[in-house]
Design a protein around this ligand. Structure first.
Ligand code: SAM
Ligand code: DTB
Ligand code: SF4
Length: 326
């Protein structure tokens, strides 16, 4: 069994990341097999419950009001539960809801989110939300409503963070993550590659995540989706091997974590996606839309999984690795 460690040095992380690709992928795949049932991929579904008009200035994000996206109305609980039910019928067992908020504010909108969480859990699905910053009391109320996971990404390494976001600090991000942990909600925390960061910045992000104790239960690895109107609109796509390296390194550093091949799949061939899944990713977003940008269709995913000999992973609420290990 691989050791679960929380004391990785920068040099160690970089050395793993830079292994010959064939060795890196082999080691990551072995680690994956020690901790998870072979061939399982969790399907998660995403829904934007409140789109656009966000006061933050995240350079990658189409939903910032600075990048031209006007605010839309918040969805009603019924609309969300209908979408969740369709997602469940399509094979998803985790339903993630995102709001373009800087932070959670107490009041009607938050109460509605709590109802959505209760409803999604009532359908037998894991429920994850991403609502921006929150405090301990708000985290406690989400936990009481049955929330499985809270998504709050660090996005990039601490050293590069200031190039991407100026309206909130790295420490703000960590404070929210601590509030989520304190409430007993599982953490979903990852980042994006392809924003002009260096390999050291990527390794720095992975090191921060891997030195958390416990590790985040879920680490989404996104490839930037360059959206017109954002400062990063002209960024060139990363090579699929770079994404593979990021995923494989995450798998080795955090053996029991769900590593999610997240945004950016529409730009990847079947072969590239297969490589990422072989190198330790064990979840994808299923459904033809992420929050505001396109994602491969359900038919494409079905064909890919079938051709690769992969099957939707039946896991709910708990991370399957938690049972398999220790
Ligand atoms: N407003 C909340 C927040 O920032 O925490 C939640 C929603 S925000 C859209 C969730 C995450 O989506 C971001 O942290 C970022 O990692 C990811 N994301 C947003 N736009 C993206 C893009 N164009 N490409 C890849 N990932 C993106
Ligand atoms: C995450 O890391 N990726 C998802 C989820 N967490 C919320 C969001 C990706 C958004 C991609 C851009 C868009 O569709 O707006
Ligand atoms: Fe707002 Fe979240 Fe987009 Fe940043 S990533 S602009 S906080 S919606």
């Amino acid at each position: 069994m691989s050791d679960i460690r929380h004391d990785w040095s920068g040099g160690e992380v970089r050395a793993i990341h830079d292994l010959p690709l064939v060795d890196l992928v082999n080691r990551a795949h072995q680690t994956h097999r020690e901790h998870f049932p072979a061939g399982g991929v969790q399907l998660a579904s995403l829904l934007s419950i409140k789109t656009g008009g966000c006061p933050e200035d995240c350079a990658y994000c189409p939903q910032s009001s600075r990048h031209g996206k006007a605010a839309e109305r918040m969805l009603a609980v019924d609309e969300v539960l209908e979408a969740a039910s369709r997602a469940r019928d399509a094979g998803a067992n985790r339903f993630c809801m995102g709001a373009a908020w800087r932070e959670v504010k107490d009041g009607q909108a938050f109460d509605r989110v709590l109802d959505m969480v209760r409803g999604v859990r009532g359908l037998g699905l894991d429920a994850c939300v991403t609502l921006g910053m929150l405090n301990e009391d708000q985290a406690r109320r989400l936990k009481e409503a049955g929330l499985t996971a809270y998504n709050h990404n660090l996005d990039t390494g601490e050293e590069y963070y200031g190039e991407i976001i100026s309206t909130r600090t790295w420490q703000d991000r960590l404070n929210t993550l601590a509030a989520v942990r304190k409430a007993g909600i599982t953490l979903c925390c990852g980042g994006i590659i392809g924003m002009g960061e260096s390999v050291d910045d990527r390794c720095s992000l992975l090191r921060t995540l891997a030195n958390m104790d416990p590790h985040p239960e879920s680490v989404p690895i996104n490839a930037l989706v360059p959206v017109e109107g954002t400062p990063l609109q002209d960024r060139k796509p990363v090579h699929p091997f770079e994404l593979t390296r990021m995923i494989a390194t995450a798998r080795i550093l955090m053996p029991k974590t769900m590593v999610r091949l997240s945004a950016g799949r529409t730009g990847l061939s079947d072969e590239a996606q297969f490589l990422c899944l072989f190198a330790g990713a064990n979840s994808i977003f299923h459904g033809d839309k992420l929050l505001t940008t396109p994602n491969p269709g359900a038919g494409d995913d079905r064909r890919l999984l079938e051709a690769a000999g992969l099957r939707p992973l039946e896991c709910s609420s708990t991370n399957p690795a938690a049972d398999a290990a220790e």
